[in-house]
Design a protein around this ligand. Structure first.
Ligand code: GBH
Length: 465
């Protein structure tokens, strides 16, 4: 059975500045926390960094051509804050503004709508030096930076996405140190949570102040798909606790205007939340047009009665107040990230979101998978190789079908962005994991279509699965 997507459904591909741009010393860019973090031996699995990445800084015309060939209607890219404001309290860096203007204009010429993420983790190091997201000032500086973008790029951007995955920013950056800036401090992680909520609200206000109500504004969350392993009360309580600290800490302030009081109770041994000031709730709670949702996998959880966490627990120590949340080892065929595949959970979550906020459309701003691709030499092929990636094709099919099932059952889903257009710098895992539908040869920077790119092109062309 073929499912045809709504006429105005948006198909796109996604990337992020630090993961693809390279050129970290060009255009007057300041250092970001990821430059600093990558320089510490042991932080990145292969000792690499985003110094060269996919060189999209120079190769964006070629990458835009690839997107035209794929037939996608939108490109989700991010702006590197350290390119735009290169000094603390300093002036706007014109070279940085000019660079993104060129990219956005090239996208317009190609007929591809930019969905621009304003923060995808590359905080200027000079702000981390003042406390980073644990310091309220970072939210205020974010608003200043966003005002510059709204002013400069107002007529070039289709969708403004304030933040990418504040969960990762707060809990991996400040909780377990798996991401930059590499801190292990749950109190700071919760302060970061709050300041990110504030930054989101301030950014929406800055965009509206410049562009008014017609600007299309979103935020992207990696809502955790926590599944209670049984209906036993302690397992349901574990799911509730994981949902609260992973998801509700953002959904509450951003979409409902308040933190669930249970959050304060659950974390009172960690912090007194005195960083929440009068008026913050109103600031964080700004009307938005779309909710961005990044979905990859699920977490099966059990309560305290169960045994200790398995080795390599993905959540170990990232979030506070998880003492009675045991994450079970992932089951079934795992991706190269060690993540399980459970597309039905995507359908279920989309339906839940639409039930809870019926007037808020949801866009899948990232979905994809990493695998060992099958590369064989073929001198006649472009790039000299042929790449087969049957598992990525299967994952793509299954998850696009899951989105279709949600729409069919009444969910309000308006777009799907494949993560990623290209293989790229996979954060702490460096270049060891490939998520691209297009392969990057990091020696030559050749772009080579994988089977999944052809498959995605067919889905996009048909607007159907
Ligand atoms: C996204 O993060 C990012 O937005 C993107 O930049 C990245 O390249 C892509 O996904 C692929 O990883 O193991 O402790 O992180 C996804 C982040 C992945 C966060 C699953 C939660 C489980 C817990 N999410 N993860 S942990």
């Amino acid at each position: 059975m073929t499912f045809v997507f709504p006429k105005d459904f948006t198909w796109g591909t996604a990337t992020a500045s630090y993961q693809v741009e390279g050129a970290i010393h060009e255009g007057g860019r300041a250092a970001s926390i990821w430059d600093t973090y990558c320089a510490v031996p042991g932080n990145i699995l292969d000792g690499s960094s985003g110094e060269y990445a996919c060189d999209q800084y120079h190769r964006y015309p070629e990458d835009i051509k690839l997107m035209q060939e794929l037939g996608v209607e939108s490109y989700r890219l991010s702006v590197a804050w350290p390119r735009i404001v290169a000094q603390y309290d300093g002036p706007v860096n014109q070279a940085g503004v000019d660079y993104y203007k060129r990219v956005l204009e090239a996208l317009r010429e190609a007929g591809i709508k930019p969905a621009v993420t304003l923060y995808h983790w590359d905080l200027p190091q000079y702000l981390e030096d003042r406390g980073g997201w644990a310091n309220r000032e970072t939210a205020l500086r974010f608003a200043d930076y966003v005002a510059v973008l709204a002013h400069e790029f107002g007529d070039l951007v289709d969708t403004w996405i304030t933040l990418n995955e504040p969960w990762c920013v707060a809990y991996l950056g400040y909780g377990n140190g798996a991401h930059a800036p590499g801190l292990h401090d749950h109190a700071k992680a919760l302060a970061a949570v709050h300041h990110l909520n504030l930054a989101h609200g301030l950014a929406v206000k800055a965009i509206r102040a410049e562009l008014g109500e017609q600007a299309k504004v979103a935020v992207t969350l990696n809502l955790a798909a926590n599944i209670a392993e049984t209906d036993a009360p302690e397992d349901l309580a574990a799911k509730r606790r994981a949902d609260l600290i992973a998801n509700e800490v953002f959904l509450g302030p951003m979409l409902d205007g308040a933190y669930d009081p249970e959050i304060f109770e659950a974390t009172k041994h960690v912090t007194d939340w005195s960083f929440v000031k009068d008026g913050d709730a109103e600031i964080a709670h700004q009307p938005i047009d779309v909710l961005g949702f990044n979905y990859y996998s699920t977490n099966h959880v059990r309560g305290c009665a169960a045994a200790a966490t398995f080795e390599g627990d993905r959540h170990a120590n990232a979030m506070p107040a998880q003492e009675c949340v045991e994450t079970l080892p992932p089951a079934g065929e795992l991706t190269a990230m060690g993540w399980n595949q459970e597309p039905e959970a995507l359908t279920a979550m989309l339906l839940e979101l639409s039930e809870r906020w019926p007037d808020l459309p949801v866009m899948i701003t990232e979905n994809g998978s990493a695998w060992e691709d099958e590369v064989s030499e073929d001198s006649a092929a472009p790039g000299g190789v042929i790449v087969h990636d049957p598992k990525r094709v299967a994952y793509l099919n299954a998850h696009v079908k899951a989105v279709a099932a949600a729409i069919e059952a009444g969910a309000n889903v308006t777009g799907y962005y494949a993560w990623s257009l290209l293989d790229n710098f996979e954060w702490a895992l460096g270049y060891t994991k490939r998520f691209g539908i297009i392969r990057v040869d990091y020696d030559t920077q050749a772009r080579i279509w994988k089977d999944s790119a052809f498959r995605f092109r067919d889905i996009v062309r048909a607007n159907a699965i």
